[in-house]
Design a protein around this ligand. Structure first.
Ligand SMILES: Cc1ncc(COP(=O)(O)O)c(C=O)c1O
Length: 474
């Protein structure tokens, strides 16, 4: 029996009906009101119950299927997925870590906190606390302490060629807060839609919808986001990951960069550059921040989550001067800034060169892991292809057409590995080739290798293909 859903829709909300519906069903799954295996009404029935068009229900169901909350089976309808609750965290942290030590979590979003430079951090914190006076220990400006902003501006200019000044740099509680503020700034400026990369990060789409903008999927290819499709979509603002597209790892090409900033000028619009993973990109592949080409059109945003630890909740946003005032006004009504002591500790790490040293070590380590994954794919996953030029903390693989993502993900789970298929990251559930995304930055090398061996076993289970090389070693 299909369960009746107790859902309500607010027709005056800025959020689309499909986004509201998706959030409401998702909430019920997370709260356990809808349990694994529960059968949902058909999209036609749901649409009739709520008095919305069927396409609204179809869009919400398709998105929830892609995110792993629901499964849709011909003949038996739409069901809550067995692993839905364990699978899902919230918003920008959809990759809630598992509690079990035996389960290897190769979903994207993890940070290998074993690399956190504890001693450097403690040393810098200690020196900040020892010398902190009234100003440092009191309330600071919501946008961040001037000394920390000054250091960060120098650092971003040196390492990423970002062109900004301390008064236009806001220190935020992670990229998540920066994005939420920027969406509200755009909404207040009359935008009702924001372009997002497809594939991209589902957690971000939720932040965007909660801020009252509709995320519009824009295709990406091996050169990054497709600017011709962006122009055709009619949006006037876009969120993009030029340094290393998430999750394909493609670096936005020089030609596309020029095209993108020209588009922003032509539509009198804005580009939000999410540079959260630039720290992992090898020097040979790294390009200056897109912001350096058009500081009046590009909002530059970064985060300490992947390069230090998510627990710090440290991020930064450099706004074009026209957006600084509106962003500050929204921030002022939000909180009274983030921890001044952490801002100063991070700035001290930068000033004494400890952050650069840490990043160099981390980058070498992540590159080693990326190579291990590539080597593994070539030897142990016959028929799987790996697009070239991948630069990020995850590897994006294409599976043979006869290998379904869901079957592989479920088989991996039986081998105690959590990993995601490409559809999880897709805005449009079209007939794109099946894919697998392996997050290789979140775990120490030995655990990663254990996870890869289990993926090879799962792949054998679902394809019954013999491995390329002999033996079971990676
Ligand atoms: C696409 C993307 N951008 C940015 C971030 C960083 O977010 P935050 O700084 O809020 O931790 C993440 C974290 O997983 C991410 O996946």
């Amino acid at each position: 029996m299909a369960q009746h859903l107790n859902l309500s829709i607010d027709r005056d909300s800025r959020e689309t009906l499909a986004a509201q519906l998706r959030s409401a069903v998702r909430r019920q799954i997370e709260q356990g009101t809808l349990r694994p295996g529960a059968r949902l009404p058909s999209s036609r029935q749901l649409a009739a119950d709520l008095g919305v068009s069927r396409s609204v229900a179809v869009e919400a169901y398709e998105q929830l299927c892609a995110e792993g909350y629901l499964i849709s089976r011909r003949g038996s309808g739409t069901l809550v997925a067995a692993a839905a609750r364990a699978e899902i965290g919230s918003a920008l942290t959809p990759d809630e870590r598992t509690a079990s030590a035996e389960v290897v979590d190769l979903r994207t979003g993890g940070s290998d906190v074993s690399t956190f430079p504890r001693q450097d951090w403690v040393r810098c914190l200690s020196s900040v606390v020892s010398s902190a006076g009234r100003r440092e220990l009191g309330y600071g400006p919501p946008s961040g302490l001037p000394a920390a902003r000054h250091t960060l501006v120098g650092y971003l200019g040196r390492v990423r060629a970002v062109r900004t000044r301390p008064e236009h740099l806001m220190i935020t509680s992670g990229f998540a807060q920066g994005l939420a503020i920027l969406c509200r700034v755009l909404r207040d400026a009359g935008h009702d839609r924001l372009g997002v990369e497809d594939p991209g990060h589902p957690g971000e789409w939720e932040f965007i919808a909660e801020a009252g903008l509709r995320p519009v999927g824009i295709p990406v290819d091996g050169d990054g986001i497709r600017v011709d499709d962006l122009a055709a979509s009619g949006v006037r603002a876009v969120l993009t990951t030029p340094a290393s597209q998430f999750p394909t790892g493609a670096v936005l090409s020089a030609g596309r960069r020029k095209q993108l900033v020209a588009w922003a000028a032509a539509v009198d619009g804005y580009i939000i550059e999410d540079d959260f993973n630039a720290g992992f990109v090898a020097p040979a592949q790294r390009m200056p921040a897109l912001q350096s080409l058009a500081p009046d059109r590009v909002v530059y945003a970064g985060s300490a989550s992947k390069v230090l630890a998510p627990a710090l909740r440290l991020g930064w946003v450099a706004t074009p001067p026209a957006l600084t005032g509106p962003a500050e006004r929204i921030r002022a009504g939000w909180d009274i800034g983030c921890s001044g002591l952490e801002q100063l500790t991070f700035a001290r790490m930068i000033d004494i060169g400890a952050f650069d040293r840490h990043l160099r070590r981390l980058r070498a380590e992540i590159q080693e892991r990326r190579q291990a994954v590539h080597h593994f794919v070539n030897r142990r996953l016959p028929g799987v292809t790996m697009p070239g030029g991948q630069s990020g903390p995850q590897t994006h693989l294409y599976l043979p057409r006869d290998c379904t993502e869901q079957a592989l993900v479920q088989a991996a789970r039986r081998h105690s590995v959590l990993v995601r298929g490409g559809r999880y990251y897709a805005v449009h559930q079209d007939d794109r080739p099946p894919a697998l995304v392996i997050g290789h930055a979140g775990l120490p090398g030995a655990t990663l290798n254990r996870g890869l061996a289990a993926i090879a076993a799962a792949y054998r289970d679902v394809t019954a293909r013999p491995p390329n090389g002999g033996g079971d070693r990676l």
